[in-house]
Design a protein around this ligand. Sequence first.
Ligand SMILES: [Zn+2]
Length: 429
Amino acid sequence: MRVALPLLFAATLFAQPQYDLLLKNGHVIDAKNNIDAVRDVAIKNHRIAAVGTNIPAAQALKAIDVKGLYVTPGLVDMHVHVYAGTGAKGSYAGDLSVYPDPFTLRSGVTTAADAGSSGWRNFPDFKDRIIDRSKTRILAFLNIVGNGMGGGKIEQNLEDMDAKATADVAKRYPGVVIGIKTAHYNGPEWIPVERAVEAGTLANVPTMVDFGTFRPERPYQELVLKKLRPGDISTHMYLDMVPMLDENQKLLPYLNEARKRGVIFDVGHGGGSLLFRQAVPALQQGWIPDSISTDLHAGSMNAGMKDMLNVMSKFLNMGQSMQAVVAESTWHPAREIKQESLGNLSVGAPADIAVLRIARGNFGFVDSYGARMNGTQKLDCELTVKDGLVVWDLNGISRDDWKTLDKHYKAQGANEWDGTLNSSVRSRK
Ligand SMILES: [Zn+2]
């Protein structure tokens, strides 16, 4: 019998499926690789292993039929506030933030960049509290204010805007700190913008600007035409205060000049920053977003913004194509924050995937001033895969019907592809 053992071993090896997870027959939209067609996507060892036609289901430990659905890279939301749990009252470095996983994964978001809730002083606490404990890949723009978005006077303190200290911490966490942020400044000075750009230059990362109070001493036109570098980001692009349309509703020409310089324009919907009366006429004149982001926080998620899919759906209903909306929510933001392994389905990339459905019917969407826009399309997320593991499955499409299982069935799935069952459930024998 000794001779049988190597044979048995060889047979086991042979039977090992080539892939851990296979999504079959979905409509793949991958802007980086110019794919807009029905394809199968195969995953092995938490990475994209193959994208092709007719990959046999038998070659995977788990195959899921996603016919009729869109398969996109995991969504990249580059403006969120997720520094929750500190106890700080009325602050984005506290109560106004949300924990990411309960809001991201169910919306297809696998990567989210916190937009300046922490600064160089409290970034280590943010990292320990949130970044290191979340399933969602959390990246960060460091606030130019050392104490981050502590609210009130903290964010107005010019003394605490230290470009070098900020850049030093950014450089200590490459690939995690992906940019610098300035926000919420009320004064007439350019100092917050200048220090944030200086820190961005020192750390070789982009700077994102929330312009705070718009004041005549520092015109927005000057921000985007002079102060920002190519690759820097103006978020809240459809905000009320942004000069956008002339009295005849014509798009102001300086906007396209700024874009030509290489300045990036990002949605950052949030609680107060997207108005249909700005966005609809601007989009009709070609003023489309470079990237779509939510500005997710405790206030915006229960108001007009809701979630990433709702914001993307608004752009579908304002006339953008599914291909454009997906690109603006995946590859574009990944490129803007210089994380080019993300936001695409290239072989070897982390296996982050969203499986989306376009529901057709009568829907309503709400802007930041509480005005409604009627629409006929709305995105839902059926399945989210993060690093090769299913982390969200709305209708159980990765699951077997319980009636087909053994009457004493135990925990389903396998560690190679299933990230939804907690370990205590899986350990019950
Ligand atoms: Zn924000």
